[in-house]
Design a protein around this ligand. Structure first.
Ligand code: NDP
Length: 390
């Protein structure tokens, strides 16, 4: 029986994973080692009961009594806080999904790699903030990373055993988010509610807003660069409003292959869960005739400065990814709290990158989690300081 752990079970990706596990037989087909969540204790306990999880963890220590109450009468042990998350990640499981949102996913994800486990990675922040550390740790322990971001799952499926030297470029697609067709001058007044509506994908609020600002795609370019070791200049973004083509690989012989599918995260999660096999999933098969038209365009970096910043981060190397991710998270918090305008986010992030460059942040890649977290804190501080100058 395959043993599984879901870090971030109560989120959008976690719910899709839970749905798949239930579809494939639930507690009779899987041994659930651990499920973790944050504030949604009722849902975490419900999932733990359904999957007969051995361990359930909330990220927040003050919610531990509530979790214990909600699990009364079950065999599931309740834990909380960073130690609880570390315990969930450290316990042996055949397959662990990293679906916590933000840099909070970094420490538990690295813990899985430290024990040489299989880590299905939805948390793109892990590779953006700590790409070199992740790669070095995996190489040392024999851990395996599997992509869960749909574009990266698509690239993974496209490349197979292709020779990397034969790749001319990789294109990842972006729907263009909530503001694709807005006049540029309106963007500064975009509200949180407007930015929280994605045209095609149903996702957590933070990634939905990141899609509108294109910071999500910026993170994904860096993630692809780190995951597949593809040079930055060979990674392109295509605006594709229908979200049907997820990625395309173009080869030196002039041919291109593309990965297509309906926008449903259960495909990428299920692919990673069953890899290297391909099994039936409760995902609709694509009907191209009923879609009719697929359109593509080049992104306008004037509208989406996050894409330019991603290229600067890849060119800079060192701790630029950790600073970029942290500054983006801080700017997003500030936008959600009404402290920054939508268009200010990129400026706050740019300021944080300039400040890190001044402190020698791009000289060397962080070699430990503590070093990554030091640069993470510096990035947040600098982004928060930018508002004072606005
Ligand atoms: P959600 O916000 O929906 O869920 C996040 C999960 O993390 C929840 O279980 C939440 O708990 C938990 N969580 C929140 N804060 C913390 C914390 N500080 N420490 C530990 N756990 C925490 O996010 P998504 O599912 O949308 O995204 C998860 C990750 O997957 C992100 O990195 C995102 O970029 C990536 N991703 C998401 C896709 C999607 O379709 N949503 C697609 C591809 C990648 P609770 O809700 O109980 O508070």
């Amino acid at each position: 029986m395959k043993s599984v752990t879901i870090l971030g079970a109560t989120g959008s990706v976690g719910e899709s994973a839970f749905d798949l596990l239930q579809h494939e037989g639930g507690a009779d087909a899987f041994r659930t080692v651990a499920l973790t969540g944050g504030r949604n204790i009722a849902r975490l306990a419900e999932m733990a009961r359904a999957l007969r999880a051995e361990l359930a963890v909330t990220a927040w220590p003050d919610l531990l009594p509530d979790l214990r109450d909600a699990l009364a009468g079950t065999q599931t042990r309740a834990l909380a806080g960073p130690e609880g998350l570390a315990e969930a990640a450290a316990r042996e499981a055949d397959w662990t999904l990293s679906a916590i949102v933000g840099a909070a996913g970094l420490a538990p994800g690295l813990r899985v790699l430290e024990r040489g486990g299989v880590l299905a990675l939805a948390n793109k922040e892990t590779l953006v903030a700590a790409g070199r550390l992740v790669t070095a740790t995996s190489a040392r322990t024999g851990a395996r990373l599997l992509p869960v971001d749909s574009e990266h799952s698509a690239i993974f499926q496209l490349l197979g055993h292709e020779d990397r030297a034969a790749i001319r470029h990789i294109s990842i697609t972006a729907s263009g988010g909530a503001f694709r067709d807005w006049p540029l001058e309106r963007l500064a007044s975009a509200t949180v509610a407007q930015a929280s509506c994605h045209p095609n994908w149903s996702m957590g609020q933070r990634i939905t807003i990141d899609s509108a600002s294109m910071f999500n795609k910026a993170l994904e370019i860096i993630e692809a660069h780190e995951f597949f070791d593809i040079p930055a200049e060979r990674i392109r973004v295509l605006i594709h409003p229908q979200s049907i083509v997820h990625a395309m690989a173009s080869f030196c012989d002039g041919s291109s292959t593309a990965h297509l599918g309906v926008p449903d995260m259960r495909h990428a999660i299920g692919y990673a869960l069953n890899w290297p096999e391909r099994r039936a999933l409760p995902v609709e098969t694509l009907d191209l005739a009923s879609i009719g038209t697929l359109t593509f365009d080049r992104p306008d970096e004037g509208r989406w400065p996050a894409l330019r910043l991603a290229r600067e981060v890849m060119a800079a190397g060192g701790a630029a990814g950790a600073v970029f991710n942290a500054a983006k998270e801080q700017a997003l918090d500030d936008f959600i709290a009404g402290r920054l305008r939508f268009t200010d986010m990129a400026q706050a992030v740019q300021h944080a990158l300039e400040s890190a460059a001044g402190q020698g942040g791009f000289a060397r890649s962080p070699a430990t989690l503590d070093e990554v977290l030091d640069w993470d804190r510096a990035g947040r501080r600098a982004a928060a300081a930018w508002k004072g100058r606005a």
